[in-house]
Design a protein around this ligand. Sequence first.
Ligand code: ZN
Length: 424
Amino acid sequence: MTVKYAEKTPLGFSEESSVLLCRLIKKMARNPFYKERFNSLGIVPEEIKGVEDLPKLPFTTKEDLRKTYPLGLQVAPDRDVVRVHSSSGTTGQPVMVPYTRNDVNTWAEMMARCLKMAGVTDSDRIQITPGYGLWTAGIGFQAGTERLGAMAVPVGPGNTDRQLKMMVDLKTTVLIGTSSYALLLAEEANRRGLTEKLHLRLGVFGSERWGEKMRTRIEELIGIETFDIYGLTEIYGPGIAIDCPHHTGLHYWDDHLIFEIVDPVTGKPLPRGSTGELVITTITKEGMPLLRFRTRDITRIIPARCSCGSPYPMIDRIIGRSDDMIKIKGVQIYPAEIENILKGISGLSSEYQIEISRSSGKERAVLRVERQPFEKCSNGLARICEMEVKSKIGLSMDVEIVEYNQLPRSEKKTKRVIDHRDCC
Ligand code: ZN
């Protein structure tokens, strides 16, 4: 079975997107929640003419989904809904997402495109390690695999012994899961001396932010090429964007989704190419379409076509969550931006800490970075760091290079930012 790609999608928004958006707004206006919201903001659906009117329309937040739990934002009639999925709900009320037959189809199509973009073919054997059930991941990958015509090995989560046995016995060629589970499997395969028996060639990993170091480690351990897949339960699930073999960004399917980047604080649209919060509108979704959904994920739309020749636009890797943002001397930064800069400077370890203070109205930011165990000349390194931070994010920081193993480490999430400004 061949997977259809859209003929040609311009880098901006297509006319088709505008037509679909207008149709969506009219449908949404029949739902009580949206009806009330549009009324309170004085929005007349008929006056929305296209994508250029998006900034006039309200955002939808995760809070809205929780408030209308379980199915208050369903737009399609019950007879059209064929399935629900749900987020895990570890941080409060879960979020329920109803899908129509067309939604299930669209999702499978997007997932098949993702796999195809990563180089998966119908001859591949794909081991799926994410969970099935209410959770969107397992079944999403399964549907995409079948749509592409490859063989799904639906092992589901956990049970490392069985995972490795299936991988060896069935000669699995593609591994799907979270990057941390992939790393665990790779290390375990290595420890048991199984790497020679593996037939893996590709890995498609998602659902958490993973750095270049982890990627390289997995690639080296089991000799595969890895791809970063993106998605969220509220918007279908995984499979709405993936990086291509050029690995310069994640292509997304703009015939089904409109991506915008807004300032996470003010909500104002940012110029193309700027980094900010990703906001998604689902223009073909029927069960629970979402209007300008605030993902809280920080990235940017890459303002150029990919050298791979794909007509689909790209976002950058997700660099963090909008809640991680800090403002120093009026400049908004994300710790991950600092991490990215440090990664490019040799002689430094991956550990760093940012300390911010204020005295007599002046803010001061100190960036402490560990050097590698045998690295000397700290002054030179500090200068390089200062210059790189200044040129890449426009912020003057005082850099202190410290000995290896001087900064605190944690099993869980290491505290990178110490902010004294609130208490002085
Ligand atoms: Zn590409």
